[in-house]
Design a protein around this ligand. Structure first.
Ligand code: C2O
Ligand code: CU
Ligand code: CU
Length: 519
């Protein structure tokens, strides 16, 4: 085997960002293919400046393995203020975890217990939620576990799930959208040593994490959330979207990939934008997993649709690609526009990017051949949950009206008085069917904390293969009816609930959220 290339193992994001700036200054003449379309459309605000794709080196989030003592793994996380220079000479105020922007990838092992020590240096109240992790409600890091400025929140829980990729981000009432946009998010890999599958697994070499986010910058480097809170009605309803696409915090970075198999673990970490991912040469890849880990079978695919909060695990084979070929990862958003937005409301809520194809990052195929890996086509069986196991059905009706967003006609606007329409007590061990309906003109990604679910049916039909695994977030299109099965296992706690909500963060902040207690 040839020596493996080093992909910025030891560099931190702040270091890389300075290089990004140098490169982006050099590339300042370049424009995105869609820029003409955007200006022709005229629907973008003047403040959404075109930050040139920089072909910056690919920023790899640091891995954090914590300190192991016995079976307890301790992580120290510091929420801090920072700056980034996405536009040369115009620094942007940011938030990050152990750095200027985003946070490290936490490595958890199934069967271990983790201890998180989270220090809040943001100068404002925040929380840290472990999205996709099954844990006791008091450890959830939702709106009930606020961390005061200067304080340290310490929580511990057991890792009981199979191998998967989760993520973490703040969840403070009305502030989630802003704090995430400022940079608060990071990945979690759960590894399961007892169930290893032959897959590319060298972090940053052939196992590559991608956090995709869109941002809307003003020409002075500020953005709508770095200067305060969003005020426009359209931003509240459509969610904050922009035309600069970041991957791991860099604008359109360039990643060198080896000939052979590369595994991409992808998070849509955007506040509101959906991505319909594919490659510029339309190459086929294997779609192998989602929020809940590996599927039963690899799925041959050319597209992956990811709504905010959803994750995908894909295997791409670059063996046949000529060296120095450059392949772009793109979003073919136009292909799904009609399904995701409907009617007049839908067209007002979508932007030019939602209607077109745009670039996300560049993959440069290297001369070198990577490790030879032959992954199986079949993975562990996923036992289907049975409709007959359900003891009751609940409905979550998603709606938008009068410039507001609702679940069951209600809104969660504080933690002290939550309408019974969106606050449930569920006996531990019960299985329920939740029927998700959407009467609005846009699709909403519904996320449920703590327990992963299975999709029973979509408009009465069996879900497609890629929606058959374990999910924690599902996109509900206009007029769709999706029934999911959930088993409410876990520690009972009459004092602390778990959340469910739309993962368009502006919708969540506007009250499109509810809660359940396991009792
Ligand atoms: Cu990703 Cu309730 O959160
Ligand atoms: Cu969550
Ligand atoms: Cu929504």
């Amino acid at each position: 085997m040839k020596p493996l290339p080093r992909t910025n193992h030891s560099e931190d994001l702040s270091l890389l960002s300075r290089r990004t700036v140098l490169k982006s200054a050099a590339a300042a003449g370049a424009t995105l293919a869609v820029s003409d379309l955007l200006s022709a459309c005229g629907s973008e605000s003047d403040s959404d400046v075109e930050v040139p794709r920089s072909n910056a080196p690919f920023p790899l989030p640091l891995q954090l393995e914590g300190e192991l003592s016995g079976n307890l793994r301790t992580f120290k996380l510091s929420m801090q203020k920072g700056t980034m220079e996405w536009i040369a000479g115009r620094p942007t105020d940011t938030f990050g975890i152990n750095g200027n922007y985003l946070g490290p990838t936490l490595r958890f092992n199934r069967g271990e217990r983790v201890r998180l020590e989270v220090h809040n240096g943001l100068g404002e109240i925040s929380t840290l939620h472990w999205h996709g992790i099954q844990l006791p409600a008091q450890s959830d890091g939702g709106p009930y576990q606020t961390i005061d400025p200067g304080a340290t929140w310490v929580t511990e829980y057991d890792i009981v799930q199979r191998a998967l990729m989760a993520w973490y981000h703040p969840h403070h009432m009305h502030e989630t959208g802003r704090q995430v946009y400022m940079g608060m998010a990071g990945l979690i890999y759960i590894d399961d040593k007892s169930q290893e599958v032959e897959l590319p697994s060298e972090y940053g070499v052939n196992d590559i994490p991608l956090v995709i986010q869109d941002r809307r910058f003003n020409s002075d480097g500020t953005h709508v959330y770095s200067t305060g809170d969003i005020s426009s009605q359209n931003d509240r309803m459509a969610g904050v979207k922009g035309k600069t696409i970041l991957v791991n915090g860099a604008v359109g970075p360039e990643l060198r990939v080896l000939k052979g198999l590369t595994r991409f673990r992808i998070l849509n970490g955007s506040n509101a934008r959906n991505y319909n991912l594919g490659f510029s040469d339309n190459r086929a890849f294997q779609y192998i997993g989602n929020e809940g880990g590996l599927f039963e079978n690899a799925i041959d695919s050319t597209r992956v649709l990811l709504s905010p909060g959803e994750r995908a695990d894909i295997l791409v084979d670059f063996t046949g690609a000529a060296s120095t070929t450059s392949i772009r990862l793109q979003s073919y958003s136009g292909e799904v526009h009609a399904e995701l937005f409907s009617g007049r409301m839908g067209s007002n809520l979508s932007d030019a990017y939602d209607q077109s194809t745009f670039d996300i990052m560049t993959l440069q195929v290297a001369e070198d051949v990577g490790q030879v890996i032959s992954p199986p086509k079949e993975f562990a069986a996923i036992t289907p949950m049975l409709e007959t196991a359900a003891v009751r059905t609940r409905t979550l009706e998603l709606s938008m009206a009068r410039g507001d967003v609702f679940i069951n006609g209600a809104q969660m606007l504080d933690t002290t008085s939550v309408s019974q329409a969106i606050s449930f007590n569920i006996p531990a061990g019960d299985t329920e069917i939740w029927t998700l309906t959407n009467s609005s003109g846009m699709a909403h990604p519904v996320h449920i904390h703590h327990r992963h679910f299975q999709i029973l049916d979509i408009d009465g039909a069996q879900p497609p293969a890629y929606l058959r695994g374990w999910k924690d977030t599902v996109l509900v299109r206009p007029n769709q009816v999706i029934r999911v099965l959930l088993k409410f296992e876990g520690t009972t706690d009459p004092n602390f609930p778990y959340m469910f909500h739309c993962h368009i963060l502006e919708h969540e902040d506007a009250g499109m959220m509810g809660q359940f207690y396991i009792v």
